[in-house]
Write a protein of this length. Structure first.
Length: 84
C-alpha cells in the first residue's frame, strides 16, 4: 500500500462524501416519513384509504341467486329482529 497521493484523494473524497450524503439523506427521509405518519394518525386520516377499500370490498357479494355479478349487500339482505 503506497502513500496517499493527490490522485488517490481525488477519487476517495468524492466517493466518501457521496456515501455520507446518501446516508444522511436516507436518515432524514426516514425521520420525515415517521413524523408524517404520526401526523396522519393524529389527524385521523391514516386509515381512511384502508376503510374505503374494505367498505368497497365487503359491500357487494355473490350469492346462489346472484352468482355471476356481485350485488350490493343491502339490496337483498333482510335484518331479522329476533327477541327472546
Amino acid at each position: 500500500m503506497g502513500p496517499l497521493t493527490e490522485k488517490t484523494l481525488e477519487t476517495c473524497i468524492p466517493a466518501l462524501s457521496k456515501s455520507l450524503a446518501e446516508s444522511l439523506l436516507r436518515s432524514a427521509a426516514k425521520k420525515v416519513k415517521e413524523e408524517w405518519n404520526k401526523a396522519k394518525i393524529d389527524w385521523g386520516t391514516a386509515f381512511e384509504a384502508y376503510l374505503q377499500r374494505a367498505q368497497e370490498r365487503n359491500s357487494k357479494m355473490k350469492t346462489l341467486i346472484y352468482r355471476y355479478k356481485p350485488r350490493p349487500l343491502y339490496d337483498f339482505y333482510e335484518f331479522i329482529d329476533l327477541r327472546m
